[in-house]
Design a protein around this ligand. Sequence first.
Ligand code: SF4
Ligand code: SF4
Length: 451
Amino acid sequence: MIVIDSTARANLKVFESRLGHHLFVADGSRIFDIEQAVAETLTAMLDEESSAVWQRLGLAGSPVGRWIDGRVPLPPPPRSLSLNVAQTCNLGCGYCYADGGKFGGAPRMMDYAVAKNAVDLLFDGADAGTDLVIGFMGGEPLIARTLMANVAKYATRRGAVLGHDVRFSVTTNGTLLTDDDAELLCAYPFAVQMSLDGPSLLHDAQRPAKSGRGSYEQAMRGLERLTRHQRPRQLTARATITRQTGELLPVLDHLIGLPFDDVGFALAIAAPPEYAIGPNDFPRVLEDMVRCGRKSLSEMRSGRTYPFSNFLTAMEQIHRGTHRPYPCGAGAAYLSVNAQGRVYACHRTVDDRSFAMGDLKAGLDHAARRRLLEHNNVDRAEPCRSCWARYLCGGGCYHEVAKRGRPGCDYIRGWLEFCLQAYVELSTAKLQGHANLIPSTTRIISGTHHV
Ligand code: SF4
Ligand code: SF4
């Protein structure tokens, strides 16, 4: 039987914004405006049973009750598959989770027969008419550019015959990108994610070539090729934040000044100690993230674009009332295939037996997928099941939790609390005197659900 922590602390978060006091209800990620006296009463009641709190507020049986039942879903048919086409890399970034794509083994390349079987597995299991995504990962996937082109051609043709819209994604360091690559990435519907850690000095220190030379200049040449004639369908930058990164806002300003659609940060958690963000670093990183979030907020309020994807994603999730019991689709609708055709939960867990999910010959291991979903459901996992942030956080990346546990929970909750405050402010902000940025209809406000 699932026993979900039923104290109010696990289900409610009282918070303040510039506009007043608010209550976040984890179940359904709902936000209520409340009066100060109610905020104080609720704060004093957080250790009581949730049901007792509902009773005392006269809300038992109201829409504040559970919308999520904690049941573990059956693994769905995969809709997204990443192919580790080149388990090797031309760079030597010290923090790389993939050991330069080798994942602790020998360098390897995927051959076309394996890639074609993987694409067939995706099509064969797909529900009629669903959109499918094929990702190219490494190492550096552009080392396998001919394979990528052949797979894009084959999957597009099969998709057209079978009635699936097929899109592609690639994560690249950009340094090897040729004019022909740019043509390929623009000819097919590709989402291109470039790994860039900031201005040249910082980027070169964190992302050197194997020779020791910096890679910033080459990456900029790749970016220029990608944007010269036609842009890919989506072009984003991802910066890895390590304990050596320093202040985050100048990094974000620099990357947002480049021609990307959006820019996101990923914290190095499962990395060697000289790079990994550790318990002593999280408070500083949180302060810096909030500074970046505030800049995003103020730019948006002034009607300007400042596409910081960590902030925008959080705004979108809160706006939709997200309640996700997992951090991502790994092992469920998303899987990853290594160069030899073995299947893993995702691109970071490649070659790790504890995340093995079958292989292309024998088929998917549905029991292993089901075990992964059971084990990691936020209503079952400790300490997530008693955390108010669980349906926004999802319980943390499986790879990081397996390597490092959950050292950043206070950081995650701090960031999400800031995002809740920012959301309330944005949802009432008038943009250039015209409309609210976020329609207030989705925000439950005093008068309709006044607590
Ligand atoms: S990983 Fe931490 S912050 Fe996220 S849901 Fe679990 S306990 Fe909460
Ligand atoms: S387990 Fe971690 S690395 Fe893998 S897809 Fe999920 S969040 Fe990403």
